[in-house]
Design a protein around this ligand. Structure first.
Ligand code: HEC
Ligand code: HEC
Length: 421
């Protein structure tokens, strides 16, 4: 089947290609009540919560939009300042001498980056370490590097807390905020479609497995994980409620210690804001080049994971049915090799497994937040699409090799294609 993905969000594809595309209701949402609810959600998503409203005590940022900047990827303004920006999440734990990872319980396993003074006292230092270079078949050399985070606490109490016990090692990992694109459509993808792609034992011998992260949802039912960098949330509502709790310290119906600080109404508004929003319209000047670029993408085998055609059906809400969408993801976990491991598991996802990153809206992010957010992969280590592709090893080794062997012209076609999504 060859269907050129010109409308990645089907009827949800916006008439716009900028932030309006993901902040306003999708064209297919014509019901006035739904449009009104989507619009109402802008405020709780983008305004800062105060301590009085329940923010904290531990938090990484005071608003959703502070991390999901303009609803796209957040900045990792690490390099500019040589210190940590607070749009990413910094996970923390210890590796025991028994090889087991222990979460830093006191902080819920996450450094509370929202408090500037605290961050200063932690003495977070982030540097780029070079990991090697790759020479493409036409002689172009691409340097690969990634972030290394270190803490140098200035207060004795902090120093004591953070000093690993004997035989232990401090573990830190950066997770950058993904864009908020087509969240309702992702939720609407039938589980069976995803399950049909899973191949945990590589039964077909193509080197690509794809595993499901099964997670218990807020209704107590175990479902296919779809949201989060390791597909650790099965539903949009769970992901949102978790974000309020973990990133902002705002307790709610689904995640709380003592009292509810965020009402059901607010959760619902944020939910509808993300659910009914549109998907950026691809920007290309020549349909022919766009099509040729897509064909290179297919030929390299990128589509084994980055699925360009997903049929949606069987949903209660009519708007979400009969849509052919192109998120460029199978929403499964893939092992991209040992250089991509992070110290922490999420549910059934292993350290080195990641959910295939959706590629829709790739260019919209750069256009809107380019100055601060031109980075790729779970920790933002890749500074260009070429670097991002070259980090793909493990299950994606063949696709990576195919990419290295491309001629300069074909490589440009591929990059132009990705840059127009
Ligand atoms: C401190 C920064 C930060 C804040 C604040 C934050 N997020 Fe996130 N968000 C992230 C990061 C980082 C991830 C990916 C984490 C992971 O999967 O390990 C994420 C993931 C998500 C996802 C999953 C996206 C996908 O592609 O599956 C959604 C939805 C989301 N956040 C919504 C929200 C909402 C709603 C709020 C406000 C209640 C919020 N976030 C607040 C950083 C943040
Ligand atoms: C085996 C499955 C697999 C194959 C094959 C594959 N990818 Fe990926 N891709 C992934 C996963 C998983 C991620 C997420 C990695 C992460 O979060 O660090 C990803 C991430 C990316 C990203 C980063 C997106 C972002 O916003 O950060 C780009 C770009 C990308 N892939 C392009 C490609 C291209 C082009 C090809 C073909 C040459 C390809 N991929 C082949 C699984 C795959």
């Amino acid at each position: 089947m060859f269907a050129l993905p010109e409308l990645p969000g089907g009827g949800f594809t916006s008439d716009f290609s900028d932030r309006d595309s993901v902040q306003l209701p999708a064209p297919k949402i014509t019901n006035p009540a739904k449009r009104a609810r989507q619009i109402a959600g802008f405020v709780p998503f983008h305004t800062s919560f105060s301590r009085r409203e329940g923010l904290g005590p531990l938090f990484s940022n005071s608003s959703c939009g502070g991390c999901h900047l303009n609803n796209f990827k957040g900045p990792v303004d690490i390099e500019a300042k040589g210190e940590f920006g607070s749009s990413a999440v910094l996970r923390i734990g210890f590796l025991g001498s028994d090889g087991k990872v222990r979460k830093f319980r006191e902080w819920n396993g996450q450094v509370p980056l929202g408090d500037k003074r605290f961050v200063r006292d932690l003495g977070i230092k982030v540097s780029r370490i070079s990991v090697g270079k790759v020479t493409l078949s036409d002689g172009k050399v691409v340097n690969l590097s990634k972030y290394e985070v270190r803490l140098n606490p200035r207060r004795n109490s902090l120093k004591r807390k953070l000093t690993p016990r004997r035989g232990e090692k401090l573990l830190l990992s950066i997770r950058v905020s993904p864009p908020m694109i087509g969240m309702g459509l992702i939720e609407a993808i039938p589980e069976d479609v995803i399950l049909a792609w899973a191949d945990p034992n590589d039964a077909d011998g193509d080197g690509i497995r794809g595993r499901v992260n099964y997670v218990k949802d807020i209704d107590g039912v175990t479902k296919v994980g779809k949201f989060g960098l390791k597909a650790q949330h099965p539903s949009l509502m769970r992901q949102i409620a978790f974000a309020f709790f973990m990133e902002m310290g705002l307790e709610n119906e689904y995640f709380k210690r003592s009292k509810v600080e965020v009402s059901e109404t607010t959760l619902r508004e944020v939910f509808d804001y993300l659910k009914y929003a549109g998907v950026p319209k691809p920007v290309f000047t020549s349909r022919e080049r766009y099509s040729e670029g897509y064909q290179v993408f297919k030929r390299l085998g990128c589509e084994s994971c980055h699925k360009a055609n997903i049929q949606i059906f069987g949903n209660e809400e009519e708007e979400f049915n009969n849509e052919l969408i192109s998120p460029f993801s199978d929403f499964l976990l893939h092992d991209l090799g040992s250089k991509m491991c992070d110290p922490f598991k999420d549910g059934r996802a292993h350290e080195c497994e990641w959910r295939t990153a959706p590629l829709w809206g790739l260019s919209a992010n750069v256009r809107e937040n380019g100055r601060v957010s031109r980075h790729y992969l779970h920790d933002g280590r890749a500074r260009s699409l070429e670097e991002a592709i070259l980090w793909h090893e493990g299950e994606a080794s063949l696709a990576r090799r195919n990419f290295i062997e491309l001629s300069r012209e074909e490589r440009q076609l591929l990059l132009d294609f990705l840059n127009s999504l």
